[in-house]
Design a protein around this ligand. Structure first.
Ligand code: AOF
Ligand code: ZN
Length: 385
């Protein structure tokens, strides 16, 4: 009599993938320029190994999970939030590690948008006789790697824009006061978002008026979920064509200058550059356009060269306007606070040239709206036509 085929119960796929996704989330903002990935090794219905992508250029998620599982990997199932890689870029291919460990089945949430992998990873494993399932948790997995997808396919960072405006559409009063528009709970939301990005960028007017710190300030209980530690937080970037930022700014004090990068125009006076460097900040020069402003495409390339996958533009109106005009904003998080201030001199979130007709107005995909303690938060991906 032939031995009956083993019955594999795959109903746990969603549950185990959820664990892998939680691992991936814990390293968002810590892996650039590589995607944050999570992996879980399951044997006889029990988790025997977990792993996430290390900071560059340590092991990938799969290798960390397989190492933890050790001998127990033989015949086990692997849940991974991104298709295992099959090429050596900085680390050996995960497909090889999976085959060497004797994994029986691999459950993948989504394929790798990297053109060097893009389906070849799962094809290689399938050919070697590994059972493959693609799909559980795909929506969440794609959301987690969205900045990486933009970065690897468009060769530029994924730009998110965040602003808080009053009910009458202003981001500051006519005198420039903006403390505070949104409420405290909304600001906690912003700090959680900052936790996930690689850099925060602002224009020089915002740097002067708001004198922000651009750091992540969260009490332990305010975190959305557990994250691995990230010394230094996101890189702070200020765009200042002339490099003439006042020396008293918080960003230029010893505690913050290290980890702050000032992007100046190629014609910025050398004494300004020297002064900024003396504060401890990094200074980079960028081309300027015909209007004498730093060219946004050059700016984007500089940030890409620094390996920054996700850059959050926190204003102001001018910088967001120029990014919008150049079709660089990929995603928005806009807070609308139930406050009114009026004034034709009070700025709105996006300046720049703008669009001439409503017919051309850009819309949002994956739109999400929520109320945070009375403020309204609208999020979405910008659809360019
Ligand atoms: C995986 N697991 O955890 C990650 C993957 O420069 P390297 O050698 O680290 O390779 C980076 C590429 O590997 C990256 O572009 C993406 O295609 C993939 N990332 N793959 O199997 C992981 N982070
Ligand atoms: Zn890999």
């Amino acid at each position: 009599m032939q031995e009956p085929l083993p019955i594999h119960n795959n109903t746990g796929d969603a549950e185990f993938m959820a664990q892998a996704l939680a691992r991936a989330r814990s390293v968002i903002g810590r892996t650039s320029p590589r995607p944050p990935v999570g992996a879980v090794v399951v044997r006889d219905g029990a988790v025997v190994g977990v792993g996430a992508t290390d900071p560059p250029y340590g092991p990938h998620a799969e290798v960390n999970a397989l190492r933890q599982a050790g001998e127990l990997s033989g015949g086990a199932d692997l849940y991974v939030t991104l298709e295992p890689c099959c090429v050596t870029i900085h680390t050996p291919p995960c497909t090889r590690a999976i085959l060497e460990a004797g994994i029986r089945r691999v459950v993948v949430a989504t394929l790798d948008p990297n053109p060097l992998v893009a389906g070849r990873g799962v094809a290689q494993l399938r050919e070697a006789g590994v059972e493959i399932t693609v799909g559980p948790g795909s929506a969440e997995a794609q959301e987690i790697i969205r900045p990486f997808s933009t970065f690897i396919t468009r060769h530029r960072p994924h730009f998110s824009a965040k602003w808080a405006m009053t009910l009458d559409g202003k981001i500051a009063t006519y005198t420039g006061d903006a403390y505070w528009i949104s409420n405290e709970a909304s600001r906690v939301w912003v700090h959680n978002f900052r936790e996930e990005v690689d850099a925060i960028i602002i224009g020089s007017a915002t740097a002067r008026l708001d004198d922000p710190q651009l750091t992540v300030r969260l009490e332990p209980h305010q975190h959305w979920y557990p994250r691995t530690n990230r010394p230094g937080g996101p890189l702070r970037v200020v765009v200042s064509t002339h490099g003439d930022l006042p020396a008293h700014l918080k960003l230029l004090q010893p505690a913050l200058a290290n980890g702050t990068c000032i992007i100046v125009g190629e014609g910025a006076p050398p004494e300004n550059i020297d002064r900024l460097r003396a504060s401890g900040a990094e200074v980079m020069r960028a081309e300027v356009n015909q209007e004498g402003l730093i060219d946004m495409q050059t700016l984007s390339s500089l940030l890409e060269e620094k390996g920054l996958m996700h850059v959050l533009i926190e204003g102001g109106s001018q910088l967001l306007g120029r990014a919008f005009d150049q079709r660089l904003i990929d995603q928005v998080a806009a807070f609308i606070a139930p406050r009114l201030i009026g004034g034709h001199g009070a700025p709105s979130p996006i300046g720049g040239m703008g669009l001439s007709t409503m017919k051309h107005a850009l819309t949002l995909a994956n739109q999400r709206s929520q109320i945070i303690d009375g403020d309204i938060l609208i999020q979405g991906l910008i659809v360019y036509k």
